[in-house]
Write a protein that binds this ligand. Sequence first.
Ligand code: F6R
Length: 638
Amino acid sequence: MCGIVGYVGNKNATPVLIKALKKLEYRGYDSAGVAIYTGEEILVQKAKGKLLNLAEKITGEIIPDQVKKQDFSDTEMALYDKTGDFIKGCMGIGHTRWATHGEPSDLNSHPHTNMDGSISIVHNGIIENYADLKAKLQAQGIVFKSQTDTEVVVHLLDQKYKASGDIFKAVIETLHVLEGSYAIGVICKDYPDRIIAARKESPLVVGIGKGENFIASDVPALLEHTRDVYYLGERELAVLYTDHVDLFNFDGEKIIKQPSHVEWDMDAATKGGYEHFMIKEIHEQPKGLTDTMRPRIVKDASGKPVDVYFEENKMDEAWKKASRVVITACGTAYHAGVVAKYAFEKIARMKVDVDVASEFRYRDPILDPSDIFMVISQSGETADTLSALRLAKEQGLKVVAITNCVGSTVSREADDVIYTLAGPEIAVASTKAYTTQLLCLFLLAVKAGKLRGTLSDEEATKLLCELESIPSKIQEILDGKDVIQKFASQQFNKDKIFYIGRQFDSATSLESALKLKEVSYMHSEAFAAGELKHGPIALIDPATLVVAIASEPKLYDKIGSNMVEVKSRGATVMVITQDSGDAFEGKADLVCKIPECSSTLASLLTVIPAQLFAYYCAIMRGYNPDKPRNLAKSVTVE
Ligand code: F6R
């Protein structure tokens, strides 16, 4: 997730900004930049890669690789200090970028400037209507330097400023044109005493210092300087001067807010107050899903969702003609593929084969050029997934990739890329990447169904409306997480945990069992519920916890019978279901109710209690869920 910082005061802004960005490194980034008002002009420096690359570029000094590997080393900090000798100025903005629109590169890095370099901005979020705005601006002769959505903001702002001669007014007018989510910081050469900042749906904090003020995406960037902050609210602006800060709403009216005093230490602050990244990322799912979905759902003039649009999608013809979708991936991403099999069959009536990439690559798979080959990979760097992709391309297939990492190897080698916009996932165990992968797959299934004429307009609209309601339903589950925490406190010593489900729920069982074993080291397995009596039931005894996932009302009786079978053999049973309890009366020790949802899309909800359960079991067993033993975030070897 991008990081924003800004400084206005009496110190040399460049090192202050770079060191503040260093404190936001935990958010993940692929490039960085600063824009400083030097007294005469706005000077911009940006570089792909680490902040050290930026500092090297500014100072011309090269740091040995060994030093680069040490975090917060004295050499690194000294180099940041030295940047102030090369760019002098007491006001500026800085940015670390996590690419969403356009690959990581010097040009796509922020800050972005208008054509004459007199206005500069940093942005975190997604401008959903940027393509329309860009086309209009280009038609008026504006030359774009980057592929980013952000650059439209600075050119629009420039136009509005030229029209009114008032930068504050121009910012407000620009904000009214933008759709999507954003936190922005703006500096203008004609206003050398102030930074203007605004937010809508992306975080922004104002740090209140003595003779200096700051903006930042998150508190850790500020803690070295101040603990007094304004948390900017939705649709609020701040104008920061050296000696004071004024706050406004989007209508330009002044507002009064009480500052907050931050008590968190640095460690808690980087996790946004959560104890671990895993639980933070579980809670980020409503936002990640909204960010991933909103730019892709096409609405008619009345606001009714009617279609799906992936701007990167170049394969409409292939989707129309394809006889099959072949999906390969590893681990959690593979489980998303298993859900996709049910989704594509049900929604688009398409044949789907799913395989783990490590198996696929060593088989002699039968592929047809009319197949669509799909890889799913959070990191976009998984060795087995990449090999499967290359094998499919060698055989002449078109490859579509779903990944969370712009510029990753998978994204570069695939013919078509759909990005999950979950933001960087830091905990090793995947949570928000998984649900955003599911979302992209559901959206793709709707698109494929429409293209192939297998899904009616009414059904497509119904599914899209329901998808739009998913983030708030996930929030509801998160708000009721205490029930799961309590249940985990009673079950964390169990020897065996089995997840069972049918159809979509059997796919969710796979992911739920993986999550639990990864972070809590409890022995957990997943079985298609109907398979229990063909073998696994022999394992059931009073030391077993069985978690039944039951999102399909038509199958309540069937899964209910499985629950009775295991309960009568002494197992403890929890059921994750949308039924309010009647269907499973006397069959479960805990009914974990999820909000109502069609069984087609319920896998976006049923996995949430399972993620929470895994997290709480890990904590209660004394393990750090962010760094499970023996596991790496990105598996770049076979
Ligand atoms: C589980 C997990 C792994 C990954 C797998 C594939 O929580 O994170 O199973 O899903 O290693 O990684 P990507 O998606 O990066 O290809």
